[in-house]
Write a protein that binds this ligand. Sequence first.
Ligand SMILES: Nc1nc(=O)c2c([nH]1)NC[C@@H]1CN(c3ccc(C(=O)N[C@@H](CCC(=O)O)C(=O)O)cc3)C=[N+]21
Length: 283
Amino acid sequence: MSAIIISGKELAKEKREQMKGKVKQLGGKGVVPGLAVILVGSDPASQSYVRSKQKACKEIGIHSELEELPETVSEKELLQKIHALNNAPHIHGILVQLPLPKHISEKAVIETIDPAKDVDGFHPINIGRMMTGQEAFLPCTPFGIVEMIKAQQIDIEGKHVVVVGRSNIVGKPVGQLLLNENATVTYCHSRTKNMKQHTKAADILVVAVGKAHFLNREYIKDGAVVIDVGVNRTEEGKLVGDVDFESAKETASHITPVPGGVGPMTITMLLHNTIISAERTLR
Ligand SMILES: Nc1nc(=O)c2c([nH]1)NC[C@@H]1CN(c3ccc(C(=O)N[C@@H](CCC(=O)O)C(=O)O)cc3)C=[N+]21
């Protein structure tokens, strides 16, 4: 048996089509959603992600501006830029591309972004709101994952979700969001003993470790839903996930591909959050 491939690309296309309408509606009320992206340094992968975000904004009519700062920029200067964007009425979302150079504190940067413009959902205020089930900007990758599962009509309630990885931007929040959907959640990480025993028990397995071919079908229960969050570049320049796709698709019921899976949904939820933020200015 071969798994159903969950196309994030297709779902992203549908959602972006709907968003175009929303942006038009807002335009009629005199509001153009605006996203500011700050990119520090010239890492090619970061440049490529940022370009994809700009392109997606343009496609659906969101105003986007890019602030490119040199690798050597001081933390103070970066924080000043953020303050200026916090006070700019035409900007509804601010995204500082991560990772940042070592001399800049990610914590200080994230905490300087106005929580009302934190469309990445990384500010502790938004994380706290998410954890307590209040209205919040949800982090884009976890949010996109939940949307992909729901679009497949897969029930989350009561399911055993196993998350492999515990980063602040993917692992931890995706477990929390699925808990909010009434799943039973287990986290595995680098110190977990008998990893396979845990992952084999998962109805829904989310893998976010950042290592190519981290696991294969031996780690997956027959009929499980597999969500692959990895974006790893191989030596040949190919993009692969954390899951050995060819192997896993023989045992999973559903699986997300890389590319064309979680990535395009991450960008889509960023657009969504920016539109929501713009709408809030009318409330
Ligand atoms: N403040 C911040 N917010 C982020 O959301 C953020 C970040 N920093 N730093 C880096 C990660 C990574 N990330 C991706 C987004 C889209 C794709 C994506 O669309 N990938 C395509 C393929 C793209 C390609 O071919 O290179 C796909 O999977 O189909 C991948 C990775 C967002 N991130």
